[in-house]
Design a binder for this molecule. Sequence first.
Ligand code: ADP
Ligand code: MG
Length: 210
Amino acid sequence: MAGLTTDWALAWVRGSAAVVGEHRAELSALDREIGDGDHGENLDRGFKAVLAKLDAAPPSTPGGVLKLVATTLISTVGGASGPLLGTAYLKAAGAVGDATELDSAAVVALLTAARDGVVLRGKAAPGDKTMIDAWTPAVDAAAAAAEAGEEPAAVLAAAADAAEQGAVATEPLVAHKGRASYLGERAIGHRDPGAQSSALQLRAAAEAAA
Ligand code: ADP
Ligand code: MG
């Protein structure tokens, strides 16, 4: 079994930090359309802080890595997305516990807990034009891939594909949560920035496992 180790978790986080940095301006531009234009800067600040902490004291389990991401994002990102994503990573850390290697079922548990964490914190439903619209199809696709006997890397690739499609599918929606909900129908035609950044993070998870 090609289980995912701490090195995978570290590569995932470094990949997320890199891709958020590369797409910082694009994420803030999306947020300028239907929010206040800070999403890319918010997340970039958070992931840069995560990198600094990883370098100072690298955790020894995947769960330890996820927990460090969680606490750092909660304390540095701000906005709506900091506590939401922080809760996602915190619940994901709880789901994998002290395991040193994650099989496909553990990957599904990790993603499911992350999504459930965002819902617990933000109370958004699918179709509300939030990051949930990336996470929920990702969880469903991951569960189907694991059910079909796929390895963790393929489970994550399926999740990333579904998250990207989910982010695109937020474009025609009216928002029912967050700042974008103040816009009513004017939010139509714009992609949700949090769904887009979630898809980037899930692609980084898949690439780290490939
Ligand atoms: P803020 O809206 O405070 O400026 P950000 O710009 O960093 O925070 O993040 C905005 C993103 O947060 C949105 O694109 C959306 O995906 C997500 N979001 C906002 N409210 C919720 C919620 N209640 N549940 C899930 N996601 C949410
Ligand atoms: Mg914003």
